[in-house]
Design a protein around this ligand. Structure first.
Ligand SMILES: N=c1c2ncn([C@@H]3O[C@H](COP(=O)(O)OP(=O)(O)OP(=O)(O)O)[C@@H](O)[C@H]3O)c2ncn1[C@@H]1O[C@H](COP(=O)(O)O)[C@@H](O)[C@H]1O
Length: 120
C-alpha cells in the first residue's frame, strides 16, 4: 500500500469539502450533520474511531488499521475545521519537529520545568 505523490492535495481537497459543508444541509451531508450536532458529537466520533483503531491494531488486521485510521483522520479534520484549523497547521507543526529527537525534546522540557520550579 502506498500513497500517491499528491497525498497532501488529498488532505487539502478534503479540508475544503469539509469547510464548505459548514453551511450544508444536515439531511444531505454527513459532515454538515456532524457540524450541526456540535463539538461534543465531533469529539465523540474521534474517541470512537481511536478506540476502533486500537482494536484493529490489537487484532493485527492491517487492512482494518488503514480503514480505521482513515476514519480517525477524517473526523480529526472535522474537529480541526470546527476550531478554524486545517491539515496545513498540523503539517507545519510536524515540519517544525522534523529532526528534533523526542527524547531530547522531553529532557529539555523537564529541565525547563525544573528551572521554573526552582525560580518560584
Ligand atoms: N471521508 C469521508 C468519510 N469517512 C468516513 N465517513 C463516514 O463517517 C461515518 C463513520 O461512522 P462509523 O464508522 O462510526 O459508523 P456509523 O455510520 O456512525 O455507524 P455506527 O457504527 O456508529 O453504528 C460513516 O457514516 C462514514 O460513511 C465519511 N464521510 C465522508 N467522507 C468525505 O467527506 C466528503 C463529504 O461527505 P458528506 O458531508 O457526507 O457529503 C465525502 O465526499 C468524502 O470525501
Amino acid at each position: 500500500m502506498s500513497a500517491s505523490p499528491s497525498s497532501n492535495d488529498t488532505l487539502r481537497r478534503l479540508a475544503e469539502v469539509i469547510d464548505n459543508r459548514r453551511q450544508g444541509d444536515p439531511d444531505k451531508s454527513y459532515v454538515a450533520r456532524l457540524f450541526h450536532k456540535g463539538t461534543d458529537a465531533i469529539l465523540k466520533k474521534i474517541g470512537e474511531e481511536a478506540t476502533e483503531t486500537v482494536m484493529a491494531a490489537k487484532d493485527g488486521d492491517r487492512q482494518k488499521i488503514v480503514y480505521e485510521v482513515a476514519d480517525l483522520w477524517f473526523h480529526s479534520m472535522i474537529a480541526l475545521a470546527q476550531f478554524g484549523l486545517t491539515p496545513a497547521d498540523v503539517l507545519a507543526e510536524l515540519e517544525r519537529r522534523e529532526g528534533l529527537s523526542g527524547l531530547e525534546e522531553f529532557a529539555a522540557r523537564k529541565a525547563q520545568q525544573r528551572e521554573q520550579g526552582e525560580a518560584q
